[in-house]
Ligand binder design. Structure first.
Ligand SMILES: Cc1cc2nc3c(=O)[nH]c(=O)nc-3n(C[C@H](O)[C@H](O)[C@H](O)COP(=O)(O)OP(=O)(O)OC[C@H]3O[C@@H](n4cnc5c(N)ncnc54)[C@H](O)[C@@H]3O)c2cc1C
Length: 401
C-alpha cells in the first residue's frame, strides 16, 4: 500500500479540482452548505448529479463494463475527497451506489439495458424499501407480501423510514413471496415504480425539522414479475450483497475531514466567554486534536480497506468497521460544532435551510446548520445497521467470538 499519490493520480486530482472549479457554481455550493443531513435537497442534488452524469462521473464506482469510468479505489477516494473539500452536494446515492451494482450483478440483460443508462444520467431517483414497522435490525422478519397472479405480483403491506420516497420515482424493495422454511428463504427483491396505483407516501418529519423520511403504503399494487431481480425467494442473497455496499465501499473520512475543518474554522472565529478565540482555549483545542487523531486513525483504516478492495476483494463483514467509525466520529464532530457556535445553536429555524427561503437566521452563517446537523446526525448510528448490530457482526464474523 503506497500512501503517496503517483504522478498519474496527482494529474487526476488536478483534473477533478479543475472540474469542480468550473462546474460547482456558487449557487449549487451555497445550497449544499445549508443542508444538515446525509443528502442535499433533491433539486440541488439532482442538478449536481446530472452535471456529473454528463461528464460520465455520476456512477463513478462502476467498472467500464457497466458504463462507468472504471476508476480504481485510489481515484474514487481522490474524487470523493475533492468533492467533500469543495463542498459539493451530497447525492442520493441509492441509484448509482446501491441498486446499480445489484442490477449489474443479478439483473437480466433487459434490466441492465433499461436501468443502467438511466442511473448513470440520474434520470431516475431511487428509494430503498427494506424496513417495516416490525422489521428493522431483524430485517428478515419483513411481512410485506407479493402474491403471484399470472405474470404479475400483487403487493400489500408497508415500508417505513423510506428516505426520499416523497420525490423518488422508483423503489427497490424486499417482499415476502413465501412463508415456508426459514424466514430468509421466502423473500424476493423487486423494483416498483412509485406512480403505480395503490402506492401512498406519508411524511415523517425528523427532530431536525427535515422531511427526508416516509412511511409508504402498498395496497393491491400490481407489478410485472419482470421487475424481480434474481430468482423468486432468493432476494435475501441480493439484499445481503447490497448491505455490504451500503456499509462498505464508501469513504467516510473525506466527509469527516471536511466536517472537522469546518469546526476548526468556526473555532477560529468564535470567541470564548473571556474573549479569546475558542481555538486558543486549551480545553477546546484538546478535544479538537483528539478528534483529529480519531479521524486520522479512521483514514488509515479506510486506506487499508482500499488496498484490500484494489486486489478485487468485496467489502465483506469488515465494512462494519467503517460504518461504525464513520458514524460515531461523525456524531462527535456535530457535538463539537454545536459547542463551538455556543448560544447561536439555540434558534431552531429549519426554514432558513430551505434554498431560496429568505428568512433571516439570527446569528452568523456558520452557525445556521450546527443544531440541525447535530440532531440529524443522531440517526447515523441507526440507519444502514445500528452500531449494536455492527458490533455483533464484527464479534461474530471478524473476531469469530
Ligand atoms: C434517518 C434514517 C433513514 C433510514 N432510511 C431507510 C431507507 O431509506 N430504507 C429503509 O429500508 N430503511 C431505512 N431506515 C431504517 C433503518 O435501516 C432501521 O431504522 C434500522 O435498521 C434499525 O431498525 P429499527 O428502527 O426497526 O430499530 P430496531 O431494530 O427495533 O432496534 C431498536 C434498538 O435495539 C437495538 N437492537 C436491535 N436488535 C439488536 C440485537 N440483535 N442486538 C443488540 N441490539 C439490538 C438496536 O441497535 C436499536 O438500538 C432509516 C433509518 C433512519 C434513522
Amino acid at each position: 500500500m503506497h500512501l503517496k499519490l503517483s504522478t498519474e493520480d496527482e494529474a487526476f486530482q488536478r483534473e477533478v479540482q479543475n472540474f469542480l472549479e468550473t462546474e460547482l457554481t456558487p449557487e449549487i455550493r451555497k445550497n449544499a452548505s445549508i443542508q444538515a443531513s446525509v443528502r442535499t435537497d433533491p433539486e440541488t442534488a439532482g442538478e449536481w448529479a446530472r452535471i456529473l452524469g454528463r461528464n460520465g462521473w455520476l456512477a463513478y464506482t462502476w467498472p467500464k463494463t457497466m458504463g462507468g469510468p472504471g476508476w480504481d479505489v485510489v481515484k474514487r477516494y481522490i474524487f470523493e475527497s475533492e468533492c467533500a473539500l469543495a463542498g459539493a452536494p451530497l447525492l442520493n446515492s441509492m441509484g448509482f451506489r446501491m441498486i446499480g451494482p445489484i442490477i449489474g450483478k443479478f439483473g437480466t440483460q433487459a434490466q441492465k439495458d433499461f436501468y443502467l443508462p438511466r442511473i448513470r444520467m440520474h434520470e431516475d431517483s431511487w428509494c430503498q424499501g427494506y424496513s417495516e414497522p416490525g422489521a428493522g435490525s431483524d430485517l428478515a422478519s419483513l411481512q410485506m407480501r407479493a402474491t403471484s397472479d399470472g405474470d404479475d405480483y400483487i403487493l400489500n403491506g408497508t415500508k417505513i423510514w423510506t428516505t426520499g420516497a416523497h420525490y423518488a420515482n422508483r423503489c427497490f424493495c424486499l417482499v415476502r413471496t413465501s412463508s415456508d422454511g426459514k424466514k430468509q428463504e421466502g423473500i424476493s427483491f423487486v423494483l416498483i415504480d412509485m406512480d403505480t396505483p395503490g402506492v401512498t407516501v406519508q411524511p415523517i418529519i425528523m427532530i431536525s425539522g427535515d422531511h427526508e423520511l416516509n412511511q409508504v403504503f402498498f395496497d393491491d399494487v400490481r407489478i410485472p414479475k419482470t421487475n424481480r431481480i434474481g430468482p423468486e425467494n432468493e432476494g435475501w442473497t441480493v439484499a445481503k450483497y447490497l448491505l455490504e455496499f451500503e456499509r462498505g465501499a464508501i469513504a467516510y473520512t473525506p466527509t469527516l475531514k471536511a466536517g472537522l475543518q469546518n469546526v476548526q474554522e468556526i473555532a477560529s472565529i468564535e470567541s470564548s466567554g473571556t474573549g479569546e478565540r475558542l481555538i486558543d482555549m486549551p480545553g477546546f483545542e484538546k478535544r479538537l486534536r483528539e478528534l483529529e487523531i480519531k479521524v486520522m486513525a479512521a483514514e488509515y483504516t479506510e486506506k487499508r480497506q482500499m488496498s484490500a478492495l484494489s486486489t478485487g476483494q468485496n467489502p465483506g463483514a469488515k465494512s462494519s468497521i467503517y460504518k461504525l467509525m464513520g458514524s460515531e466520529i461523525g456524531q462527535e464532530i456535530t457535538e463539537l460544532r454545536m459547542e463551538a457556535v455556543g448560544h447561536h445553536a439555540l434558534p431552531f429555524l429549519p426554514e432558513t435551510r430551505i434554498p431560496g427561503n429568505n428568512t433571516a437566521f439570527p446569528g452568523p452563517d456558520h452557525a445556521k446548520t450546527a443544531t440541525a446537523k447535530y440532531l440529524n446526525g443522531r440517526a447515523s448510528t441507526i440507519y444502514a445497521g445500528s452500531s449494536e448490530v455492527q458490533r455483533t457482526i464484527l464479534a461474530k464474523q471478524v473476531l469469530k467470538l
